[in-house]
Ligand binder design. Structure first.
Ligand code: DC
Length: 209
């Protein structure tokens, strides 16, 4: 079974994808991490994330980079969003994601274009979303817990910029895939959102039988 989980920044898609993978005993790939590694690698190489040639060269990042805690930072998220605009970067990362999706037994992948481009043939597609206010407040609480000094306004502005870039780009923009079930987590806590996602998968399985 292939489960595609897409959605904007801080929608809860990563948490949901991880929980689905654990619940159904499937391997999980956070595809945003690949773009984050490319963004990080461009900086390490002294390149420009907005330059397609520099970003493409960074697609050969060492796998050890995927384990760096720094990849989880807001800065890395912003870099990832910038390098992900380049069609050649998306093409370079395609095979790795596709192979993960197609492995025997299935997989859970989360990102922006899993249901539309990487695995349009997925058995279940979930589009996780939440209001900008809810997403900004969640991200704010996370960052405060990490002791980082940011304001809610800064986070809201950053989310809006990421949303605009991810949804507005020409190649594989963030969009609800055909056949996807939309899961709005604005008014759900973590456990409620995960329970609802599990219900969506089980319903899809029953319909397929
Ligand atoms: O999911 P995330 O926040 O880690 O993703 C970081 C950026 O990477 C996101 O803003 C856009 C890009 N991305 C993408 O273009 N396609 C994906 N499948 C996953 C992430």
């Amino acid at each position: 079974m292939i489960i595609a989980v897409d959605g904007p920044t801080a929608s809860g898609k990563g948490t949901i994808a991880k929980a689905l993978a654990a619940h159904f005993g499937l391997p999980h790939l956070d595809t945003g991490l690949l773009y984050r590694a490319v963004g990080r690698q461009v900086l390490l190489a002294g390149g420009d994330p907005d330059d397609q040639t520099d970003a493409l060269a960074a697609c050969g990042f060492p796998d050890a980079l995927l384990l760096e805690p720094e990849l989880r930072s807001e800065e890395s998220g912003g870099l990832a969003s910038r390098v992900s605009i380049h069609p050649k970067v998306r093409a370079a990362l395609y095979e790795r994601q596709r192979a993960f999706a197609m492995q025997a037994g299935g997989a859970v992948l989360d990102g922006r274009d899993i249901g539309t481009v990487i695995a349009p043939d997925a058995d279940v597609k979930i589009f996780v979303t939440a209001s900008t206010v809810a997403r900004a407040q969640r991200r704010f609480a996370e960052m405060q817990a990490q002791g980082r000094s940011v304001t809610l306004d800064e986070i809201t502005a950053d989310l809006a910029a990421r949303d605009a870039r991810d949804s507005g780009r020409k190649d594989s923009p963030l969009a609800v895939a055909q056949g996807a079930v939309v899961l709005d987590t604005s008014n759900l806590d973590r456990d409620q959102a995960v329970a609802e996602a599990i219900r969506i998968v089980e319903r899809a399985r029953q319909n397929a039988d």
